[in-house]
Design a protein around this ligand. Structure first.
Ligand code: THU
Length: 131
């Protein structure tokens, strides 16, 4: 089952998070329209503002590997499911306006699902730019 595979990949990626400052590990697994799974974890930095979220690591890996459309992303956090931050919602929206967002905890037990438009209503996208 695709959802179970994605959650498992997000949990595995979470284990690779580099989080010496927040100690808040996040893993993400993004499913491309051509069936590939791209994973990411958050990567922090001693210069705190340079920290990159797990979701954008997964997205940028995917884009740089030639993937474009995406159908779902699984995100694994800590004690409970957590939603992607605003910056990640906007970054994902560029390539997958109707993305299914699967949110789970560190054990993959509790699962919450939303479509991106519910998490980022009235969003701005490429089609709004002047020709
Ligand atoms: N973080 C993510 O990786 N994804 C999110 O959507 C929310 C926040 C990371 C950034 C930072 O390393 C840690 O969680 C605490 O904010």
């Amino acid at each position: 089952m695709e959802e179970a595979r994605l959650i498992a990949a997000a949990l595995e990626a979470r284990g690779r998070a580099y989080v010496p400052y927040s100690h808040f590990a996040v893993g993400a697994a993004l499913l491309s329209a051509d069936g590939r799974i791209f994973t990411g974890c958050n990567v922090e930095n001693a210069s705190y503002g340079l920290t990159m979220c797990a979701e954008r690591v997964a997205l940028f890996k995917a884009i740089s590997e030639g993937a474009r459309g995406f159908t779902a992303i699984a995100i694994a956090c800590g004690a409970g499911p957590c939603a992607p931050c605003g910056a990640c919602r906007q970054a994902l929206r560029e390539f997958a306006p109707d993305l299914l967002v699967i949110m789970t905890d560190a054990k993959g037990k509790e699962v919450r699902k939303e479509r991106l438009p519910a998490l980022l209503p009235s969003s701005f996208g490429p089609e709004h730019l002047d020709p």
